[in-house]
Write a protein that binds this ligand. Structure first.
Ligand SMILES: Cc1cc2nc3c(=O)[nH]c(=O)nc-3n(C[C@H](O)[C@H](O)[C@H](O)COP(=O)(O)O)c2cc1C
Ligand SMILES: Nc1ncnc2c1ncn2[C@@H]1O[C@H](COP(=O)(O)OP(=O)(O)O)[C@@H](O)[C@H]1O
Length: 310
């Protein structure tokens, strides 16, 4: 998969492409269908497949209310998409100038610069200035530009709409199990283990710390998790937040890995979130914090014992 990060105006692709078009925040089961359709059609017509998305979420730039949370950063997006058999991944530069391009011009650039022969998008996809471009416009321009258009219908999961907005709501509630259902995989983060205060080891719960983005949607608190070190999965418990008892200056994800003893500093680890256990609390003493973590650990052990998830 070739990753191209550039302004759409600067790109010129000679190979014919079947493109999946969207913001794809979360790469949930609806997004999956769109991307798979684009890849299948690429195979069928013996052309190359591509995901066309932006270097930042359009709402990060355009939304008037407070910053929206981003479910999947670009690094993780690329990691997930590696498994889809895509030839190209485009992170098009999304600027205010780009957002003001008329939809017809955007479409022209997709055809002319990306050599798009097949376009696949979701039923409610909108694009171009003020989001005026939509599937009707894509349909009308098919005749002029001779591309094939695939519109993927709304996907439902247990009578619920699957959308990034709905998934963000579940994150706020801390319902990570519902998030995972709608995503179609266990939500995960990847990061490099950093040095912390060096205190946790002293009270029997060493924690591998990674910095977590302020706009990450996970609710602060304690989770049952699965942590992957060198692709091997370990049961674990993770805390996200500002550790009010011992005060951290930045938002941090701390993971205590069961049945593991080793040095993780500087290593990349992957943490999957399985169940929200409790909110993060300020304890009067380290002893009380330690007791709370003991309870978290027994809850997690109980969960893993009874879970089909291994
Ligand atoms: C499962 C778990 C639950 C935690 N819960 C809390 C909490 O409720 N409140 C809190 O202040 N810190 C909590 N922590 C964070 C500890 O305070 C943290 O491990 C400690 O700040 C040591 O940090 P260090 O790794 O930088 O030495 C929790 C950590 C773990 C692993
Ligand atoms: N079971 C474990 N879970 C998490 N980290 C562990 C474990 N065993 C050893 N470690 C190591 O210990 C470090 C955490 O110890 P800790 O006292 O919390 O230090 P720090 O404050 O620097 O994170 C981890 O970064 C990792 O290198």
């Amino acid at each position: 998969m070739k990753i191209i990060r550039d302004d759409l105006h600067n790109i010129k692709i000679s190979e014919k492409l079947s493109i999946a078009l969207g913001t794809f925040d979360g790469i949930h089961i609806g997004h999956k269908k769109i991307i798979e359709t684009a890849v299948e059609d690429a195979k069928k017509f013996r052309i190359k497949s591509a995901v066309v998305t932006f270097d930042k979420h359009p709402l990060e730039l355009l939304s008037s209310n407070k910053q929206i949370s981003i479910i999947t950063n670009n690094k993780i997006k690329a990691k997930i998409l590696e498994n889809y058999g895509i030839d190209y991944l485009f992170f098009l530069t999304f600027s205010r100038e780009f957002a003001s391009i008329e939809p017809e011009k955007f479409l022209y650039l997709l055809i002319n610069n990306l050599n798009s022969n097949i376009i696949t998008c979701g039923y409610n996809y909108s694009f171009g200035k003020n989001g005026r471009g939509n599937v009707e416009l894509l349909d009308i321009f098919q005749k002029e530009y001779h591309y094939k258009l695939n519109i993927v219908d709304k996907i439902m999961c247990f009578e619920k709409d699957v959308s990034s907005t709905e998934i963000r709501k579940e994150f706020i509630k801390g319902d990570i199990e519902e998030v995972n259902k709608l995503l179609g995989y266990n939500y995960f983060l990847i990061g490099t283990v950093e040095y912390g205060k060096g205190l946790a080891k002293q009270f029997g719960f060493p924690t591998a710390n990674i910095i977590i983005e302020e706009n990450n949607p996970l609710k602060n608190g304690v989770y049952i998790s699965k942590t992957y070190v060198n692709n091997k999965g370990y049961d674990s418990i993770s805390n996200i937040g500002y550790t009010p008892t011992l005060r951290s200056t930045s938002r941090v994800l701390e993971t205590h890995i069961f049945n593991f003893d080793g040095n993780l500093y500087g290593k990349e680890i992957k943490i999957e979130f399985l169940k929200f256990l409790r909110e993060e609390k300020k304890f009067d003493s380290v002893e009380n914090l330690k007791q709370a973590i003991e309870i978290d650990r027994s809850n997690a052990i109980h969960y893993f014992k009874n879970s089909i998830y291994k």
